[in-house]
Design a protein around this ligand. Sequence first.
Ligand code: NAP
Ligand code: GLV
Length: 310
Amino acid sequence: MQILFASSHTHDPDVWINPLRKALPYLEFVQWDENGDSINAELAIVWNPPTQIFEREKNLRAVFNLGAGVDAILQRPGLTDNVAIYRLEDAGMAVQMAEYATWALLRASRNFDAYQQQQQQKNWERLPDIQRDAWPVGVLGLGVMGGRVAQTLAGFDYPVAGWSRSAKQLDGVETWAGDEQFAGFLARTRVLINTLPLTSETHSILCRKTFEQLLPGACIINMGRGEHLVEQDLLAMLDEGHIQQATLDVFAQEPLPADHPFWAHPGVTVTPHMSAASLRDVTIRQTAEKVRAFIAGEPVSGLVERNRGY
Ligand code: NAP
Ligand code: GLV
């Protein structure tokens, strides 16, 4: 049986294909050829796949994503309900997201950015000590990523809440669920951390209406997707002072264009979609196991629910 490999992530696909071939020796791996014809593949392993993948490969039964977010796959034309999509689960990313969120939060709450500036001025001055109650954290999404972020920050004794679609229980985290509890969640939050998947429901969720409900001096940390954020609303509310700082890892256009106002804005920190990178060995092991189980007709974890969009 042939399996298609189509990833825009790597300049050297062999670093993925060779170990996958070793783990699944009974499959013939075929790399996507931009100018090629259909290979009538039933299975594909992808990351940010080519636009025409589903229009060319009409016999696909299952697609295994080399990442957590499946928004790029779901946007490709020609995708039918017959194709099962499986996403990567954690693969070393959740702990990295927790690190990133911790870094971004501490820069504000412990005055580390301010101390860095003071050093440049050779200024030895202790700023007011931290008051954790002044930094209530709210995490959007309490899945694999958000759950780890919320519990990590709760471990530093910040007041942490999380918001998800369905109700959850997480030690040390105040949990809120559903649209009807969104306003209450925002009203107690100063540091808003986004780990949601991009869906029709979550698109543009980081907008003025959301920001206005946060506590003053709000901080925004976006690790979800760029399309969650209404960029003009963020810029306006930074300039108005309601938002103190934004740490952004993901953007509607990546790479972020050189003339984008985020690069130079004093309240914005930009990182190049690196808050969490899947670990290659773990990813290969996990993906190979999903493919094996699918072929064997066994249950496969990480199935994307198409009606939810994640
Ligand atoms: P996940 O385990 O599926 O968790 C998604 C969470 O979002 C769940 O708690 C879900 O609620 C919640 N959610 C979804 N739609 C919602 C809605 N309309 N209202 C409220 N809550 C909603 O996914 P994950 O593995 O944590 O990954 C999340 C996202 O992180 C990915 O889709 C990707 O976009 C992003 N990501 C970014 C990077 C990076 O490097 N920047 C790396 C990895 C992942 P339920 O629990 O009720 O289902
Ligand atoms: C990265 O952004 C992912 O979704 O895995």
